[in-house]
Design a protein. Structure first.
Length: 476
């Protein structure tokens, strides 16, 4: 027996609790009943345009509107996805439709539909007395890898993932209300949304709002738990410090995507008046691997293996290494993907013998916890000295006036590999003093190029886009 159409979870909420809240945004409150009507009106338009069950429908829309389209695509038995900004999608991923309000160039396989004022007016006038598709839906969403090392790769989230979510439902909303800072184009964001609907709980959508707006939203709803990346949390902390205020309602910050610098963790404890800062380590491909359910001043301590997951540290032959020995991390879980859509070559590189190899290195400690020790694809090489760029980033962020930092490798005019670093700083930050400090600490691995920037480019999950920085500043 196939699983029910996911739209029926929203329909059930509307039938049982029509005035209950489906979605909170910084500017709107949408009830279950209103959400069903709006999603059905969009679904009517999709059906009129020719969207069919099984079609892959790409959404390039503001997050709140994208959420309503997601429900409409479920209604029609389609598969939704959100294309990462400025990404080129492998043509082997057969996207059928692109709905955009930005005039984005569609994939070669897709028909583009402009979601403008005229489109939305038509939707508003549409009837909504239509029944959802009864065709089986085996894919809940197509998401993309972070793309920090090249072209993002497509990953299908199947109904097996839903079974894992069902097991998590009884404890998922402990610590609510919570706010997910990740948009629904990420596996974390769509997972939070899906569980909220299935559990009959309101979903608080950050939706790309500014940190100042998010502060007001957190305060209004007395949010107890924040979920997002360290960069997203730090942006809120920056705004709080600028306003000279705190958010005492926040009791827990659950962060993933990249490591949190110790100085930023201390700032979080002050901004949220002693909240617990937790770290999760995992991947889009295989889900959560470990959780650090305790506070630690070591940003590379990612805690202990999650229940249901298996994590090993292995040598080049795939044999587990002794405790304390650095090796390649591999991970498997019941809900992990089987490979990348339309890309068997990339799949074969990282999905091997039932394991996913994320490209990270690390070691298990005597207490059973996992410590990260760099990423194969991100290791920088300066004059033959190889090192983890995150260590350099964190050292820079400890310098007075440095708000954010990301290091990168580039080839100098003489043909040598050297290290650069992009910095977000206050006006009075002493960059030359920072460089001297980094030279004393890192020797030949210290940066020889410093670029002051307004913002560090990051992917949806908060990881710095080092390749983009190298292309932008390494050629200067």
């Amino acid at each position: 027996m196939s699983a029910p159409n996911p739209f029926l979870y929203l329909q059930k909420n509307a039938d049982e609790n029509p005035r209950g809240v489906f979605l909170y945004t910084p500017t709107q409150t949408i009830t279950n009943a209103d959400a069903v009507v709006h999603a059905k009106k969009i679904a009517y338009e999709l059906r009129r345009l020719g969207v069919k069950p099984g079609d892959i429908v790409a959404l390039d829309l503001p997050d709140q509107l994208s959420i309503m389209f997601t429900e409409a695509v479920y209604h029609e038995g389609g598969i939704s996805t959100v294309i990462p900004d400025d990404a080129t999608i492998d043509p082997r991923v057969p996207v059928t439709w692109l709905f955009t309000n930005r005039g984005t160039t569609p994939p070669s396989t897709a028909q583009a539909v402009q979601v403008d004022a005229r489109f939305l007016q038509q939707v508003d006038e549409n009837p909504y007395g239509i029944r959802p598709s009864e065709e089986p839906i085996e894919t809940l969403r197509i998401v993309f890898s972070s793309g920090t090392t090249g072209t993002p790769k497509a990953i299908a989230l199947g109904r097996r993932m839903e079974m894992l979510m069902d097991a998590a439902l009884p404890r998922w909303f402990q610590g609510s209300p919570y706010l997910s800072l990740m948009d629904t184009g990420t596996v974390a964001g769509i997972g939070e949304f899906f569980l909220s609907v299935k559990g009959g709980q309101p979903f608080l959508s950050a939706g790309g709002a500014s940190p100042t707006v998010l502060i007001d939203m957190i305060d209004k709803h007395q949010v107890k738990t924040l979920k997002g990346s360290p960069a997203q949390a730090v942006a809120i902390i920056d705004a709080l410090e600028a306003q000279g205020r705190t958010l005492p309602s926040v009791q827990m910050a659950m962060l993933a995507g990249t490591v949190m610098p110790p100085a930023a963790t201390e700032r979080a404890r002050r901004a949220f008046e002693g909240c617990l800062v937790l770290t999760s380590y995992g991947s889009t491909e295989a889900g959560g691997a470990t959780t650090r359910a305790y506070e630690s001043d070591d940003p590379f301590d990612v805690g202990h293996v999650d229940q249901g997951s298996i994590v090993e540290v292995v040598d080049d032959d795939g044999s587990p290494v002794p405790t304390g020995t650095v090796g390649a991390i591999r991970h498997r879980s019941p809900g992990m993907a089987e490979g990348y859509l339309g890309n068997p070559e990339a799949s074969a590189e990282v999905f091997r013998d039932g394991w996913f190899y994320p490209g990270d290195r690390g070691y298990f400690r005597e207490d059973g916890g996992l410590t990260l020790a760099g990423r194969d694809s991100e290791v920088l090489n300066a004059g033959g000295v190889k090192f983890d760029p995150n260590v350099l980033d964190h050292a820079a962020q400890e310098h007075p006036g440095v708000l954010d930092a990301a290091s990168f490798a580039f080839t100098s005019a003489s043909g040598l590999l050297q290290v650069g670093i992009a910095l977000v700083t206050t006006d009075d930050a002493d960059a030359p003093a920072l460089v001297e400090r980094l030279k004393a600490q890192f020797g030949p691995a210290a940066p020889t190029l410093v670029a002051r920037v307004d913002e560090i480019p990051r992917g949806r999950t908060g990881k710095p886009l080092r390749r983009e920085l190298a292309e932008r500043y390494g050629a200067v």
